[in-house]
Write a protein that binds this ligand. Structure first.
Ligand SMILES: Cc1cc2nc3c(=O)[nH]c(=O)nc-3n(C[C@H](O)[C@H](O)[C@H](O)COP(=O)(O)OP(=O)(O)OC[C@H]3O[C@@H](n4cnc5c(N)ncnc54)[C@H](O)[C@@H]3O)c2cc1C
Length: 496
């Protein structure tokens, strides 16, 4: 029986472990933290529960498949609740709100309040997004891009779909009102990209949302992770927590196992890395001669932004605050340039505010709410002193929310704490503390992204945000399918 080791119990690692187990491998998952989920950790403080990472489920079928692999049904364990109101945008410049909803009609009525002509523009944007989705997601998201010929074969359709445009340029072709332009171009930020630099392939996320809806897992993403952990255990996958891998061991261009930071050696016939891809090459393969590495030089790599995440409870309920709010600051393009290009922490910000208690009261004691605020910030390639700026940013965010959509917050806030890009580096070993691994620019997509199979060490596979197709739950769950396909192809070739 093939013995496979998976380094990292993020969603990409969990999904790959399950797929390899279903293929008949003996599978062991090794995770440096004390619990599974990677960025999808759960924090609890004085009765307030917080999902630390992903909250929005957009492709539920990818989770369903993991249960179906073993003849089980996801619905027997997990309740994905479709939301009617997907995101409420609040624009600080004008105090306006814009509701982006499951109903296309309601969304178009909302758009019309800003600019009636943009309602038709939205239809065109959706049509364009569907055309991109049909290629970028349906045809390519779970297909290997380990050969350049695979990339070349896609060039004609990428040109037809105008992939050379950025998401912002594409949206601006259809939408004229500046605030609606902002609302419909933020999607790359959900996978770590600047909308003004990210290839318009990522405009497929619009249609992805429309195809399956926007869901919340009752009990939170933490519940989702614990049910996936239970599924792994039921299927005989071994999971070792609190174990940090220092090196992948390679002999004669074959991965033979791993060495932990304690010096223990664990052997394997196949190694799958869910650790951050650039860190895999720079750290876990640092013993290997250069020719065995397909590392993209760090200098040439563009990383996603960092994230500052502020968690808190409130002693009262804010029923007017939606489950998902995007709080847009006064600057847009210039703020993004500060974060992504100049890598400075500006005085202003835009925020994503999560209020799970809008859908699931189990996140807070009775009469209270639980929140997290996500603020895009420079990754650690910038020079921000988080000891000083962390508490200061907390204060500025509370002031802004207190002044706008959460009056009285200052008196009612309880148990605040935050994490910065420094924690992403120390907790998850994320290179430069980036929130979503390498950025989703064209020059780092598909064949140009970290390959799902190492080009030299052919029993070494990569899964997760740094690999094809990219970050976000649909992306990393699809990367597990790519690894499965690659292994199936290799086994087929051997058998014939
Ligand atoms: C705040 C936030 C909000 C988000 N919101 C959404 C959302 O709403 N919807 C959505 O679809 N996506 C969202 N995302 C993105 C999504 O969460 C991530 O892209 C995805 O979870 C990353 O999964 P991954 O498989 O790459 O692994 P990761 O989550 O990065 O996990 C990798 C694991 O490997 C472990 N590891 C690393 N190195 C080693 C080592 N040497 N030895 C052992 N273990 C190691 C780490 O500890 C970690 O557990 C969000 C992300 C963040 C941070």
């Amino acid at each position: 029986m093939t013995r496979s080791l998976v380094i990292g119990a993020g969603l990409g690692g969990i999904a790959t472990a399950l797929r390899l187990r279903a293929m008949g491998d003996e599978v062991e998952v090794i995770e440096r933290l004390a619990s599974p989920g990677g960025r999808a950790q759960v924090f609890e403080k004085n009765g307030f529960k917080h999902d630390a990472g992903p909250t929005v489920i957009t492709a539920p079928f990818l989770f369903d498949e993991l249960f179906t692999l073993f003849g089980e049904k996801r619905q027997d364990y997990l309740d994905f609740k479709p939301l009617d109101l997907w995101y409420r945008f609040y624009f600080d410049a004008t105090g306006d709100t814009f509701d982006y909803a499951a109903s296309i009609e309601k969304t178009k009525q909302e758009i019309s309040r800003f600019n009636p002509k943009d309602a038709d523009g939205y239809d065109r944007l959706l049509k364009t997004s569907k055309a991109i989705f049909d290629v970028g997601f349906t045809k390519l998201a779970d297909k290997p891009f380990t050969k350049f010929s695979a990339m070349l074969a896609q060039i004609p359709s990428l040109l037809t779909l105008k992939s050379y445009l950025s998401v912002a340029q594409l949206v601006n072709q259809h939408i004229k009102h500046p605030q609606i332009r902002q609302a419909f171009s933020i999607h790359p930020l959900l996978v770590g990209g600047n909308p003004f630099d990210t290839t318009s392939i990522y405009a497929l996320i619009h249609y992805l949302e429309r195809e399956w809806g926007v869901h919340f897992c009752m009990g939170g993403t933490g519940k989702l992770i614990s049910e996936l952990e239970a599924l792994m255990i039921r299927q005989g996958i071994t999971i070792r927590y609190n174990t940090d891998i220092e090196q992948i061991l390679v002999k004669n261009k074959q991965a033979t196992g791993v060495r932990t930071t304690n010096g223990d050696v664990i052997s394997a016939n196949r190694v799958v890395c869910n650790a951050d891809s650039p860190a895999v090459y720079d750290e876990l393969l640092s013993d290997q001669p250069k020719r065995l590495k397909k590392a993209i030089p760090d200098k040439l790599t563009r990383y996603s932004m960092g994230l500052y995440v502020l968690f808190f409870g409130t002693q009262k309920k804010y029923d007017s605050v939606a489950h998902h709010t995007i709080w847009m600051g006064k600057r847009y393009r210039a703020l993004l340039a500060d974060i992504f290009n100049s890598k400075i922490l500006a005085d202003d910000f835009s925020l994503y505010l999560h209020r799970p208690t809008a859908t699931d009261p189990s996140f807070a004691p009775d009469g209270c709410d639980s929140f997290y605020v996500l603020c895009p910030v420079p990754n650690l390639q910038g020079n921000v002193n988080w000891d000083v700026q962390g508490p200061a940013l907390q204060e500025r965010i509370i002031t802004a929310l207190n002044r706008t959509i959460m009056p009285g917050l200052r008196e009612t806030i309880t148990d605040p704490f935050w994490m910065s890009p420094r924690d992403f580096k120390s907790n998850y070993r994320a290179k430069h503390g980036a929130g979503f691994s390498i950025a989703p620019i064209f020059a780092q997509s598909a064949w140009f992204r970290y390959h799902n199979q190492d080009p030299h060490i052919n029993n070494l596979f990569l899964t997760g945000a740094g690999t094809h197709p990219g970050a976000g739950m649909p992306g990393v769950l699809s990367s597990a399918k790519v690894v499965e396909n690659l292994i199936a192809q290799t086994s087929f070739k051997k058998a014939n």
